[in-house]
Design a protein around this ligand. Sequence first.
Ligand SMILES: Nc1nc2c(ncn2[C@@H]2O[C@H](COP(=O)(O)OP(=O)(O)O)[C@@H](O)[C@H]2O)c(=O)[nH]1
Ligand SMILES: [Mg+2]
Length: 319
Amino acid sequence: MMDIRKGMAEGDKVALAKLITMAEDGRRDAMDIIRDMYGKTGGAYLIGITGPPGVGKSTLTAGLARIYSSLGKKVGIIACDPTSPYTGGAILGDRIRMQQLFTDPNIFIRSMGSRGHLGGLSKSTRIAARIMDIFGMDYIFIETVGVGQSEVEIAGTADTTVMVLAPGLGDDIQAMKAGIMEIGNVFVVNKCDRDGAEKTAREIKAMLDFNGDAAWRPQVILTAAQENKGVDDVMDAIGRHMEYIKDSGVFINKRKEHIRDEIMDLAAQSIMCDIMNGLSKEELSNIVDKVANGETDPYTASDRILKTIRYHLNGRDFD
Ligand SMILES: Nc1nc2c(ncn2[C@@H]2O[C@H](COP(=O)(O)OP(=O)(O)O)[C@@H](O)[C@H]2O)c(=O)[nH]1
Ligand SMILES: [Mg+2]
């Protein structure tokens, strides 16, 4: 049995991976470690990378991670995409590019979506980001596929969100709801080695004029991530947005939002544990039978379960 605390403190990526898995499984011992090490949190800056499939999010993320790493920064990547090239399944060139990230001592990659997520993907992402924060990451990238609103929102909870698009996505841009467009703090038109990149950039700028938020005007940057062109411009734009949110108080509010979600996750998890511990398999099976044969309904049954649990909890000391 490896010493996770020691590994976390010494920068061992194996310990980091293990702790994330333990926490995802809702294990108490993982919670205890996070609690004890919580004082180390707060140093990481969260960057969301989102946009439709295939536009080059992973390629751009890899490029950004390499730049930060070369500056001596520690980088975590959370890929909420089961088909991400980080885990194989991609064409050879992409795979080789991604493989280099794994051997970089400053970079740690975690793929989500391959296993079940207790309490949802957004909760798992929050926990993984928190543990990477404790580990001492300077930057954490959260890559999500911007097709589902909920995944876009995961990226949107980051401190800075980069919306990646590519030429020829005119219809996609039109179809994107204003609310989804608003999540982007920096816009990237990747694959600018292809025709139509300027046109796409113009369309995005027109949308931004329409949705104008006076306080922060997102930049629209052309990149060819595959050739590492324009990636440093994206990094500069992220830096400028970071300055803006730190000066304007948005940053502090985002931190509080995360803490609020974290507390609610933990409270919900505790109640769930109490229910699972306070209710035997036989009791549950009896209740199910009663609902099945029409003696009662699920609403009344769940009320009764909660009443019983609360009765048992009354004697507990919460100080
Ligand atoms: N032509 C061109 N292809 C690119 C560029 N960036 C990425 N790609 C390719 O586009 C495909 C999808 O890239 P990927 O990063 O996996 O996209 P994601 O699904 O948004 O994460 C891959 O085959 C990349 O090699 C680029 O700047 N130009
Ligand atoms: Mg990807």
